[in-house]
Design a protein around this ligand. Structure first.
Ligand SMILES: O=C1O[C@H]([C@@H](O)CO)C(O)=C1O
Length: 544
């Protein structure tokens, strides 16, 4: 089946948390509509850029874009940005069931809105390894009152100004800000579009599948439903060996499906809450929604009689690592993994001060996209359009002290890891201290592929020692986004079998803006004829 959508992308004055602010919307809505399709369907989205003074591009997060690498939607990597007044049509196949996301991938535009969910259901006759009565989608976000322009300018200025903590956490686009803290006239707590929280209806006795996705720009979250436990059954489109949690740690770019049974006292309602973890949440109030029991005589909007749950201690890294280590493939859906890699990349995540500016570097390189999209430049052999010298596969793991800020200066550049088509690649992400001597969480997202999550460890990964033996090679989960925890490492393996050029990056919007990503190329010569609609910028001007 083919699903056609026509989307007008425009700025609208919105007040998701009662504070009035411009948001990038899809057909006037933020978040945008949920795309619903069945495995194997084709999605066609005609995107009209009506932002007037800003470019755009939309990434379909978790969709591998097999045979359609030009539809990945990353301005600078797979296409030129869509200019105001222009229309770009994305066309791709959803080739795996599960929960996926979409969002802007132009500069830091995601901070201003433009995000939503993609739900791909199984065809009739396919039996999932769990059952439920109804489903709800839960899209988690964070929200700032400063504009995306102010944020981006601060990050690229000297002196550096960080985006700092969000004013609100959003659940399906709604948050709650204490309007008494805002300048008069900017916030109105009785506005109809923000006064009421998101409601999730629960019929007593029924089991719900919650499809939860996070598109926060900065925050790592803990999502919980007061009084109810959750059974985790799916992650990034892969079935997991079910495990029960009180609440779910979820990082930007991840999706999870959880089963929740409406088995509590039906005469009252319950809070659904999101909390910041990994950064100090004292400036960010808990995100709140209501699980509303559909019970005779209940007013659906009846506030829960309790205070919202407090969430876990924000700085307890160990309990977050514990959840990461509890995720395995479902025994009946283990994707056979190659026994060894053809190539290993050991990628050090550090901050450097480069020409006075604070940047994130990966093995010393801070990524800046060239003017010509990589896909066009590489397929057409334009050797002067991006940096030819490949970035380093390794950092100096013998001498580098990960508990001290990086001692050396990095460089800003646009190099590419060229991977042999069909080869197996291991990537070990190594965390370290930032310039302020702290280590933070980085959710890493790979475009165009899923990877097997081999493991998470503390301290420094030593490739010479027995670290390899600690890895799970038996039943690792496959994902497209995985957290790199503070002071630790994360190891993943993937098969470079999707011809194209693919971004691999930290999903914190400020961090990728500061250069925290790398580019992979494999089999670009095997990519089919490039649509001329992705061209028109840099050296691709006038090409067909
Ligand atoms: O990229 C970042 O910069 C700040 C800090 O390191 C410098 O102020 C911070 O918390 C980040 O995540």
């Amino acid at each position: 089946k083919v699903h056609h959508y026509t989307w007008d992308i425009s700025y609208q004055l919105k007040s998701p948390d009662c504070f009035e602010k411009l948001a990038v919307t899809v057909n006037g809505e933020a978040p945008g509509p949920t795309i619903r399709a069945t495995l194997g369907d084709t999605i066609i989205v005609a995107v009209h850029n009506k932002l007037e003074t800003e470019n755009t591009a939309i990434h379909w997060h978790g969709i591998r874009q097999i045979d359609t690498p030009w539809a990945d939607g990353v301005a600078g990597v797979t296409q030129c940005p869509i200019l105001p007044g222009e229309t770009f049509t994305y066309k791709f196949v959803v080739d795996r069931p599960g929960t996926y996301l979409y969002h802007a991938h132009y500069g830091m535009q995601r901070v201003a809105g433009l995000n939503g969910m993609i739900v791909v259901t199984v065809p009739d006759g396919f039996v999932e390894p769990f059952s439920y009565d109804e489903e709800h989608t839960v899209l988690l976000g964070d929200w700032w009152h400063k504009s995306v322009y102010e944020q981006a300018t601060g990050l690229s200025s000297n002196p550096f100004v960080f985006v700092t903590e969000p004013q609100s956490l959003l659940i399906n686009g709604r948050g709650m800000f204490n309007c008494s803290l805002a300048p008069s006239g900017t916030c109105n707590a009785s506005r109809p579009d923000c006064a009421l929280p998101t409601l999730f209806t629960a019929v007593p006795g029924k089991t719900y599948l919650l499809r939860i996705g996070s598109l926060t720009s900065l925050s790592s979250l803990y999502f919980e439903i007061e009084g109810h436990s959750m059974m985790v059954v799916e992650a990034d489109g892969h079935y997991v060996r079910p495990f029960a949690v009180r609440g779910l740690f979820i990082y930007s770019g991840e999706t999870y499906s959880v089963l929740v049974k409406a088995d509590q006292d039906p005469r009252r309602n319950y809070w659904a809450a999101s909390h910041v973890v990994g950064r100090n949440p004292s400036q960010t109030p808990t995100g709140k929604a209501v699980v509303s029991y559909a019970f005779n005589g209940n007013n659906p909007w009846m506030p829960p009689p309790t205070a919202p749950p407090a969430g876990p201690p924000w700085n307890n890294t160990a309990i977050r690592v514990e959840q990461s280590r509890a995720i395995f493939a479902h025994p009946r859906f283990v994707e056979p993994m190659p026994a060894r890699a053809d190539r290993t990349l050991l990628l050090l995540n550090t901050q450097n001060r480069i020409d006075g500016h604070i940047k994130w570097t990966i093995n010393g390189v801070s990524l800046m996209f060239p003017a010509t999209p990589y896909l066009v430049a590489m397929k057409r052999g334009m050797k002067d359009a991006y940096e030819q010298r490949p970035p380093p596969d390794m950092y100096d793991h013998m001498s580098h002290d990960i508990s001290a800020p990086a001692p050396t200066n990095g460089t800003v550049g646009s190099p590419v890891y060229r991977l042999a088509l069909g080869s197996v690649v291991d990537v070990v992400l190594q965390n370290s201290n930032m310039l302020n001597n702290k280590s933070e969480t980085h959710p890493w997202h790979l475009h165009g592929h899923d990877f097997w999550v081999l493991g998470h460890g503390e301290g420094k990964f030593n490739p010479a020692a027995d670290a390899w033996r600690l890895l799970n090679v038996r039943d690792p989960i496959m994902k497209n986004t995985v957290p790199l925890h503070p002071d630790g490492w994360t190891a993943v393996r993937f098969r470079a079998d999707n011809p194209g050029v693919w971004l691999f990056h930290c999903h914190v919007e400020a961090h990728v803006f500061m250069g925290m990503g790398v580019v992979f190329e494999e089999g670009v010569e095997r990519v089919g004829r490039l649509p001329s609609s992705i061209m028109g910028c840099g050296r691709s001007k006038g090409l067909h």
